[in-house]
Design a protein around this ligand. Structure first.
Ligand SMILES: NC(=O)c1ccc[n+]([C@@H]2O[C@H](COP(=O)([O-])OP(=O)(O)OC[C@H]3O[C@@H](n4cnc5c(N)ncnc54)[C@H](OP(=O)(O)O)[C@@H]3O)[C@@H](O)[C@H]2O)c1
Length: 320
């Protein structure tokens, strides 16, 4: 089969289109013929080996030689212990821990997969899993959002951010989206009430405060976030620099004690239930799938570069 392979961390140029052996499913896995796979910032981080958490399990060389986690495709073969799926079923899901989606075939355990709704294209389905679950757990579960609350989403014009803005609006919040100059109109089109261009304004220094901050690209000090939170407010880091994560781990609990503000890391739990819930919102027209561009499998290096360089408005999807 064809796959996009890399053996060392680096720029998109280290990715190569190669002919490799088709994988064989274990007893508790299905073999999927990949139809579409979306690009996440986690692919960019895994490619570069930055931030440092992207090297977990592979300090010097990538642990997995094929990236790609949000897949949609057809079951080609089911392992002996598979009960839920059979050949021909159309499935989708996030296979983040094992990866391998930038390929014509991939193996996945059934507990990572859901049936793709018939009316949804493979591209639409592949655009959902990781971003939807980050957004839902950040906004609804950890954020415990209430109608009328002020919510800020940092990185609101990307994959997870675009879903988070729409969910926050759905739950009745007043939403501020922060991203670069080119994404201001895009964030408004998702429903953001206010937008901030991070190249012009630092949301932690403008005197405004929020009940909830969901940060997709955190790189500030924990004290800057404390300043931007109302009393009783919550801040959750979904992605960002290791320095900021360490600060939050060390100082977050202390800030909760002295200031009645919660500053924590969002440790996203894989959840089929959450993925299916957001998919139902898409089907009901309550959340819109935002696919900026699609690419062919051979164009994965360009596609990952496009996301990594911050051009993507919403999601980028590979049609395999
Ligand atoms: N916590 C967990 O358990 C968990 C699980 C899975 C994934 N993740 C992480 O969650 C993150 C998800 O990212 P994604 O796929 O949504 O990324 P994405 O699509 O690249 O979106 C990130 C957005 O942030 C913007 N941005 C960059 N720097 C910014 C800044 N200083 N201020 C405001 N906006 C900024 C980017 O645009 P520009 O670059 O042009 O500015 C882009 O629009 C990844 O870091 C991933 O590793 C976390």
């Amino acid at each position: 089969m064809k796959a996009i392979v890399y053996t060392r961390y680096g720029p998109p140029e280290v990715l190569q289109l190669k002919e490799i052996a088709k994988p064989t499913p274990k007893d508790d896995e299905v073999l999927i013929k990949v139809q579409a796979v979306s690009v996440n910032r986690s692919d960019w981080e895994g490619l570069r080996g930055k931030p440092l958490y992207a090297r977990i399990g592979g300090l010097l060389r990538p642990r997995h030689q094929i990236l790609g986690s949000d897949i949609a495709g057809r079951v080609e073969m089911a392992g002996r212990n598979i009960s839920r799926y059979q050949p021909g079923d159309e499935v989708f899901g996030d296979i983040l821990p094992r990866l391998g989606g930038f390929a014509e075939y991939v193996c996945a355990p059934e507990n990572r997969l859901a049936l793709k709704p018939a009316r949804m294209t493979f591209e639409e389905a592949a655009a959902i899993p990781q971003s939807a679950v980050i957004a839902l757990q950040g906004i609804r579960d950890k954020g415990q959002i209430q109608p009328g609350q002020k919510v800020l989403i940092n990185g609101a014009g990307g994959g997870a951010g675009a879903v988070a803005v729409q969910l926050a609006k759905l739950y009745g919040a007043e939403v501020t989206g922060v991203d670069n100059t080119g994404k201001l109109d895009f964030m408004r089109s998702l429903g953001a009430d206010h937008v901030i261009d991070y190249t012009q304004e630092d949301f932690t220094k403008n005197g405004k405060q929020y009940d909830l901050i969901l940060d997709i690209v955190a790189h500030r000090s924990v004290f800057a976030y404390k300043r931007a939170l109302r009393s009783d407010g919550r801040y959750y880091l979904a992605g960002g620099s290791v320095a900021t994560m360490l600060q939050i781990l060390l100082l977050g609990p202390w800030i909760s004690m002295i200031a009645n503000k919660r500053i924590r890391i969002l440790a996203v739990q894989p959840s089929l239930e959450d993925m299916v819930y957001v998919t139902e919102l898409y089907e009901a027209g309550k959340v819109t799938s935002v696919i900026d561009k699609t690419y062919a499998l051979s164009e994965v290096p360009e596609a990952i570069g496009y996301v990594g360089d911050g051009h993507a408005q919403g999601k980028v999807v590979i049609t395999v």
